[in-house]
Ligand binder design. Structure first.
Ligand code: CO
Length: 168
């Protein structure tokens, strides 16, 4: 059974470190970590989660495949996009504003500039090398998650930050 993992928050040193490339994708601890990350992301109503957020400094992130329709995937918790050792291969010339929050920065959201489209290379959880072109919200999420793997939080890039005054 997958486990709900505790999420570390702003101020924890692991969130500021560059996470390490994963060499042993097929190992049992890495596969278990991926299952637990997917479970934790959906339980916490996130649309993305990076391994350093659960204090595991590996270059692994899980995302909702279509973050504009998260409910469609919530019933099937095995449906997640798993990116291992992701890198941005190409991106659009233009950036656009992205309204972001983060499970590691509760109560705060902000506007960050992100490339409108990205093409990434990564390994899936079976160790297969893949490419993906993303735009809209998925492209923004991927950039937010890759930043986590590089030790960067959205609040460090944001031009405008807002605090939630009540639960929305
Ligand atoms: Co985040």
């Amino acid at each position: 059974m997958p486990r709900l993992l505790p999420i570390i928050t702003l101020g924890h040193p692991t969130l500021q470190q560059r996470s390490k490339e994963v060499a042993n994708i097929d190992s049992a601890p890495i596969q278990k970590l991926i299952d637990d990350m997917i479970y934790t992301m959906y339980e916490k109503d996130g649309i993305g989660l990076a391994a350093p957020q659960i204090n595991q400094p590996h270059r692994i992130t899980v995302l909702v495949p279509d973050p504009e329709k998260p409910q469609r995937y919530k019933e099937k918790k095995d449906k997640a996009l798993v990116l291992i050792n992701p890198t941005i291969l190409k991106h659009s010339l233009l950036k656009g504003p992205s309204e972001e929050g983060c499970l590691s920065v509760p109560g705060i959201f902000g506007i960050v500039k992100r490339w409108k489209t990205v093409e990434i290379g990564y390994y899936d959880r079976d160790g297969v090398q893949k490419k993906l072109k993303a735009s809209n919200l998925l492209a923004k999420c991927i950039q937010h998650e890759i930043d986590h793997l590089d030790g960067i939080l959205f609040v460090q890039k944001s031009e405008k930050l807002f605090r939630f005054t009540r639960n929305m």
